[in-house]
Design a protein around this ligand. Sequence first.
Ligand code: FAD
Length: 526
Amino acid sequence: TTPAAAAAAAAASSSCVLEKADCKILELLQHNHGLHLSFLQENTSSAVAVSRDWGLIKHLQPAAVLHPTSVHEIAELIRAVASSSSTNLTIAAKGVGHSINGQSQVCPGDDEGDAIRDEDCALPFVEASGGELWVDVLQATLKEGLAPNSWTDYLYLTVGGTLSNAGVSGQTFRHGPQISSVLQMEVVTGTGQIVTCSASKQPELFFAVLGGLGQFGIITKARILLVPAPQKVRWIRAMYSDFEVFRRDQEMLISEMEDQLHTFDYVEGFVMMNNQDPINGWKSVPFSPGEDQAVSAMSSSTLPADPDAAAAAASSRVLYYLEAAVGYNLADVGPALEKRVEKMLAPLSFIRSLMFSTDISYFKFLNRIHDLELSLRAQQLWDVPHPWLNIFVPASSITTFDSLVFQQLVPVEYGGPILVYPLNRNKWDRRTAAVVPDEEVFYLVAFLRNVLPSGPGLQSMLDENARILRVCEDLNGKHYLPRYTEEEQWKRHFGSEKWTAFVQHKHMFDPHAILAPGQNIFPRNQ
Ligand code: FAD
C-alpha cells in the first residue's frame, strides 16, 4: 500500500490533513534564469498536533495525516478521496497552520511541467515548493543577490498558505500582494489532476487558486518573480498625533511617483495607544535605548521640550507612527544616500523631534518579526490564543473608521500591535480570487491581539472584533483572511459577480468539495 492510499483508507471515516512537516532543501539549482527549490517532507507529528493553529480557537482533529513526498502522492490521495464511498471525507492542506480560525483544519467527522512562455523566461524567478517557508525562499535567493519583491511581515509562513490568501506587507503598495508576483504554479486539483498553470496557460485555474482560500487545488510549486535584492535597508519610524496628517503623508508616499529613486520600498503605519505596553504602547516605537527615553518621556509627567511632541503627549489617547524603508547597497553609502533620504522625508509632516532611524541588513529587515517571536517564545507567550482581525477599509472611509474604532472602540490598554497602511488597487490583478474594496486606495487594518493570563478573555476579544468588523462592513470594507459561517455572508463578502465565478470554479476544479473544508464555504458533496 502506498502512503497516500493508506492515508485515504485510514481516513475513510473522517478526514485527512496533508501537512508540511520539517522541510529540507535538497536541491538548489540554476534553472533557466531562475532557481529550482525542492524539499523532502518528514513524518514528525500527530493528528493532535496538526489540529492546532495560530488562533488556538478551533481544534478539529483529522483521522489521518499524510506527509507527502511527491506531487503524485498528493494526486493519488485526492483521487482516492474523490472516489471514496465515504461522502464526508475531505482534505485540508496545511502550511504552518498560521490561520486564525481553523482554515487549514478538517471538518468533523510529474515532471517539471511545460516550458513557460518566452517572455516569462526572460525574468529571473524562484520555483518554490508549496510547503516551503518564505524565510527559506529568501535565504536561498539572496545567495544569488535576488529576492521576491513582495512580502508578509512574518516569514515563517508557507508559499502555498500565503498565496491562498494574498500576502500583504509594506511593499504591497508598490508591487502588489504576493499573488501579483507569481509567474506559474503547479496545482493538484480536487479531481486529482496535476496541472501547470499561468496567466496564459490554464488561466482560469491559475487565477482561481491565487487568493482562492485553498478551494480549487493544492499548490505544489510556485514560480515567483525575483528582483535584485539590496544589501541594506534604512528603516525609519516617525510619529504623528493627527490622523489626517498621518493619513495624508501615507497616501502621498504610496502615490505613483515618476521618480522611482525617491519612492520608499516599504510603507506601513501603526496605531499606538497611549500606554506603556512594550508591544503597542510608547515603548514599542524606538530602535535604541537612547531613543526609548525620548519617547517614554512623552507619556510621563515630564513633557518633552519640543512643543509639538508635548502637545501630542498631553492630548492624545491614540498616536500613530509611520514606518518607511528604503533599500541600498554598501557602495551607495555616503552623502548622496543621505541627501536622497532627506529629500524623501522633506515633504512629510511628522513630529520632527520624534523620528528614529536605523540601518540593518535586508535579510534582518524582512525577518524582523523573528526576534519578537523568539522573545515571546522564551516568555511562553507565543502559543497563546490569537483572536486576530484583518480587514481592508476604503480610503474614503478611513477617517470615519479612525474616529469610530481607534478613538472609541479600541481600549487604551489594547495588548497587541494595530497596523493601518494604504494599498493601491491597481497593483491587484482583478482576475484573482482575492477580495478587496472597490476603491483606488484602501487600507489594510490589522488588530493583532493575544490572550494573556492577565488580560481580557478570548470571548470578549472576539466580541470586540465582531463589532469592529460590523463597522468595517458598514463602511464598504472587506475581511482579509475571512471566516464566515453562513453562505449569505460569503456571498456578500465576494459580491455577486465574484461569488458566481467562485462557485463555478468550485464545480470545475473540486466538484466534491474535498479541499480546505476549514474555510467553511462549501459542504462536502457526492
Ligand atoms: P495554513 O494556515 O496552514 O493554511 C491557510 C489556508 O491555505 C488553509 O485553507 C489551507 O488549507 C490552505 N493551504 C495551505 N497550504 C496550501 C497549499 N500548498 N495549496 C493550497 N492551499 C493551501 N498575512 C499577510 O498577508 N501579511 C502578513 O504580514 C502576515 N503576517 C502574519 C504574521 C503571523 C505571526 C501570522 C501567524 C500570520 C500572518 N499572516 C500574514 C497571515 C498568513 O498569511 C495566513 O495565516 C496564512 O494562511 C498562513 O500560512 P500557513 O502556511 O500557515 O497556512
